[in-house]
Design a protein around this ligand. Structure first.
Ligand SMILES: [Zn+2]
Length: 81
């Protein structure tokens, strides 16, 4: 979800700019917000890649054996998946 990631980073960047406008002495808090936004974005991206990397195997409806998600027939009993 690149759009959600970008929205989160934009929100944090806006908050950082607003904070700078309200009180320039809090520039370090703004920097912290931006760093946090980038970290959250990396974390979200890591979580989403984790989900795609660990795609659950397709279980055969006939014998219940785990099969490759791309397979069309069961490798154990040849039933259609
Ligand atoms: Zn099977």
């Amino acid at each position: 979800m690149p759009t959600r990631d970008t929205t989160i980073v934009l929100l944090f960047a806006l908050a950082a700019v607003a904070l700078l406008l309200v009180n320039p002495a809090l520039w370090f808090l703004s920097a912290l917000l931006v760093l946090f936004a980038l970290g959250a974005r990396l974390l979200l991206r890591g979580l989403s890649t984790d989900q795609t990397d660990h795609a659950p195997p397709a279980n055969c409806p006939d014998c219940g054996a785990p099969n490759d998600p791309d397979a069309t027939t069961c490798q154990y009993c040849d039933a259609a998946l």
